[in-house]
Design a protein around this ligand. Structure first.
Ligand code: IP8
Length: 224
């Protein structure tokens, strides 16, 4: 125990209903909780904000920081409860308290750290993608990204692998059907020189297969 052997980011797009504020996609969360059951030993979960954190972070109200923080804890609680119902011992680790020692301590106690994107007192957002990438880099793991799309699309088709050495420089000029969020994710993955897999976490069986080590969606493979 102690060291993580898998890290999976449950994107806000996968576990919330993006268009509706504070809408957790409970059927998907329950499905995912069932699919991680066989892999709890050494597993690290990270989750994003979706229609919880991103909704509040984007609002122009004086209590933005308070509500962003509270909304992320709310989503985290929903996830941890659904895991607990299935006997999985999740333990919250807010991004602002994240460090490797804390992460390993949770694993040492036989629990699954459920790290989440967060906001600092000064309003700075801590991105779940960044947390995932730093965990993958630290422990030489493939970062698994469960999103609401089937992978990286080029001209409407999922590309199974991305490993061009010059992808980073070419990225802005290629005709990738990337949203700002996806483009930024790919840029950070390539910049940090880690392997990653981007797939659709809403589809039944995908999280299980990804954790099992199967190739689905798009694999970003760096030559080290
Ligand atoms: O969804 C950001 O995490 P992300 C969380 O991984 C907040 O970008 C606070 C919006």
């Amino acid at each position: 125990m102690g060291k993580p052997n898998r890290v999976i980011k449950l994107g806000g797009s996968a576990i919330t209903c993006k268009a509706v504020p504070y809408c957790a996609d409970l059927p998907v969360i329950r499905q995912i909780a069932g699919e991680i059951k066989d892999f709890v030993d050494g597993l690290v979960i990270v989750h994003g904000g979706g229609s919880f954190g991103h909704f509040e972070a984007g609002r122009n109200v004086p209590v933005r920081v308070s509500l962003t923080s509270a909304s992320m804890e709310e989503l985290n609680t929903i996830l941890i409860r659904e895991m607990a119902v299935r006997g999985i011992k999740g333990f919250p680790l807010p991004g602002r308290f994240f460090d490797l020692e804390r992460l390993e301590r949770i694993l040492d106690h036989g629990m699954v750290p459920v790290v989440f994107g967060d906001i600092k007192e000064d309003g700075t957002i801590i991105s779940g993608d960044d947390l995932t990438i730093s965990i993958a880099r630290e422990y030489s793991l493939t970062a698994l990204f469960a999103t609401d799309v089937d992978g990286i699309l080029v001209n409407g088709q999922v590309i199974p692998e991305l490993n061009e050495p010059h992808s980073l420089t070419n990225l802005p000029s290629l005709s990738y059907d990337l949203t700002g969020g996806m483009r930024e994710k790919v840029r950070k993955i390539l910049q940090n020189n880690i392997n990653a897999m981007i797939f659709n976490g809403k589809k039944r069986g995908n999280v299980f297969n990804a954790l099992k080590g199967e190739r689905i969606g798009t694999l970003i493979k760096v030559s080290r």
